[in-house]
Each structure stands twice: as structure tokens, then as C-alpha cells.
Design a protein around this ligand. Structure first.
Ligand SMILES: [Zn+2]
Length: 146
């Protein structure tokens, strides 16, 4: 799901320049917005990218592109494309989260069922002991009477 290893193959790749010599974290490089480069120049764009820690991942780039005025100026016909991609990704993340929550809920209910079975088992054992205890008592009394 996630874009690891700095693979330059995602949908926002054409809108950024990846700086392979600057690492944002272990597996991602600095991504500089091409809109910012076109409007404000390299230095400004790179400073901005460093300030917001923009990495070459779809969420990171999408976050910048959806608010970047320079991007809107440079690629006016791509604004919708970016918006759609960001929305689609958000939805996918939400769906994944729902699926995970359902799975967790299911696991929790499964655990509850096991707990109930275990308690029935212990109650059963407890009754057997009580029963044996009374049987022994009754037998003792009978033997005493004899
Ligand atoms: Zn930008």
C-alpha cells in the first residue's frame, strides 16, 4: 500500500522533483513541488519543501499540492486530478480502517465467547466437587446409621 524505498512510480510523480541527495526519513527523499519551482524558483521551492518536510509519498505530496497556489497556477488543469486522487486515497484509508475495526471487534467477541465457555467449564467442575462432597457426606451418614 505505502510507497516505500523511494520508488518514483506514484500518481503525483510528475508534479515534484525528487532530491535523491536529501533524505526526509529512512526510506523517503525530499520532494520539491514543480509548481513552486516554476513560480518562485529553485531556492524558494526547496526551502519550502524542507520546511514542510515534503517526502516522495502520495500523502505528503497530496497534502502540499491541495493547498499550493503555485501548483494551481502552473498546472490549472491538474488541480482536479490531484483532488480526486487525494479523496480516493482518503476513502481507501477510511475503508481499511473500518475493515480493521470490524476485524478487531470480531476478535474481541470471539474472546468473549471463549471466556464464557471457560467460566461454564469451571462452574461445571465446581458443581461436580459439591456433588461429590454431598455424596460422601450422605454415604458417611448412611454408614453411621448402619
Ligand atoms: Zn508547491
Amino acid at each position: 500500500m505505502s510507497n516505500r524505498g523511494g520508488k518514483p512510480s506514484h500518481c503525483f510523480n510528475e508534479f515534484v522533483h525528487i532530491k535523491k541527495d536529501v533524505k526526509i526519513n529512512q526510506s523517503n527523499y525530499l520532494a520539491v513541488c514543480r509548481g513552486c519551482i516554476t513560480v518562485k524558483g529553485w531556492t524558494w521551492a526547496e526551502t519550502e519543501a524542507r520546511k514542510i518536510n515534503m517526502s516522495n509519498t502520495v500523502p505528503s505530496i497530496g497534502k502540499h499540492l491541495s493547498v499550493c497556489e503555485n501548483f494551481k497556477t502552473t498546472y490549472p488543469d491538474k488541480v482536479e486530478h490531484v483532488k480526486e486522487n487525494v479523496e480516493a486515497r482518503k476513502q481507501r484509508t477510511a475503508e481499511l480502517r473500518t475493515a480493521n475495526n470490524l476485524k478487531k471487534q470480531y476478535q474481541r467477541s470471539e474472546r468473549t465467547v471463549y471466556l464464557i465457555y471457560y467460566s461454564y467449564f469451571y462452574i461445571f467442575i465446581f458443581y461436580i466437587f459439591i456433588y461429590l462432597f454431598f455424596i460422601t457426606m450422605v454415604l458417611n451418614i448412611t454408614f453411621d446409621l448402619l
